[in-house]
Design a protein around this ligand. Structure first.
Ligand code: DGL
Length: 273
């Protein structure tokens, strides 16, 4: 069977943390990583605005690229727009949502936190996951204003202010009646990029829970259930990273993308609209 074509999508570079797991699991697929940097950060957008933007963007992207599957490697976009995207397009969409079930199973103190963008923590989707899977736990939802932007800065090779980072993650660390937080769900795909720095400034060690591997497994499963891939017969093309913003994403990021097999890094004015 021909190699499947997979679109991996995020507002910026965070989705690379999902992409790298996909690439490790499905190295022969053809990848198009799309960073909607023109609208970054999604965490600040109104839900209706985000849904409208994503429907229009995927209309152009799917028409042009004819992918087998689209992976929304962004918790904010998934918790807000996954249902409308699935309703609107035939191609399967795989989402990324905070790994609340995993944390509930893993936490011994039964006190864990979800660190995500302000938009993600506001979604009913999150409340439903907590109710469904973490009823026996005390869950703190933390909407971090600047953490995704800090991760982008870090990826550009800029210095990160440790005090700012410490302040962003501090509300996720709770001590209560002899118990303390022992797991933090990384509810934004940008955050795994900062996990080592977070460990350095954290008030105590915790497990950081990232669903990227589970998303790669789910994508492999969805592809294995398809009878054929739509790209059959098309010439194999290099894996690409496309971004929508006017600002060039810079040498540091291009080099990092190349280490992950994304050999072409280009601005795409059309898909951003
Ligand atoms: N990477 C995105 C997520 O997983 C969010 C970053 C943003 O605010 O755009 O939620």
């Amino acid at each position: 069977m021909a190699a499947p074509k997979i679109i991996v999508f995020d507002s910026g570079l965070g989705g690379l943390t999902v992409y790298r797991e996909l690439y490790a699991k499905l190295p022969d697929a053809i990848y198009l990583y799309v960073a909607d940097t023109d609208a970054f950060p999604y965490g600040d957008l109104h839900s209706d605005e985000l849904v409208t933007r994503l429907l229009a963007l995927f209309d152009r992207l799917i028409e042009r690229e004819n992918p087998d599957v689209c992976v929304i490697a962004c918790n904010t976009a998934s918790t807000i727009a996954l249902a409308p995207l699935r309703a609107h397009f035939e191609v399967p969409f795989i989402g990324t949502v905070p790994a609340i079930k995993m944390a509930a199973e893993q936490s011994r103190s039964k006190l864990f936190s979800v660190l995500a963008t302000p938009a993600t923590v506001m979604q009913d989707y999150i409340g439903d996951l907590v109710q469904r899977y973490a009823d026996a736990c005390d869950v703190t939802l933390v909407g971090a204003r600047n953490l995704a932007a800090l991760a982008e800065q870090f990826m550009r090779g800029e210095q990160i202010d440790e005090d700012v980072l410490r302040r962003e993650i501090a509300p996720a660390f709770i001590q209560q009646a002899g118990r303390r937080t022992d797991c933090i769900v990384l509810g934004c795909t940008h955050y795994p990029l900062l996990v080592e720095l977070m460990q350095e400034v954290a008030p105590w060690p915790v497990a950081y829970i990232d669903p990227a591997n589970a998303i790669a497994r789910q994508t492999a499963l969805v592809l294995s259930q398809m009878s054929k891939h739509t790209d059959a017969g098309a010439p194999v093309r290099a894996n690409q990273l496309l971004y929508t913003g006017a600002k060039a994403i810079g040498e540091n990021i291009s080099s990092f993308a190349k280490t992950l097999g994304l050999v072409e890094v280009t601005r795409d004015e059309i898909i951003g609209g």
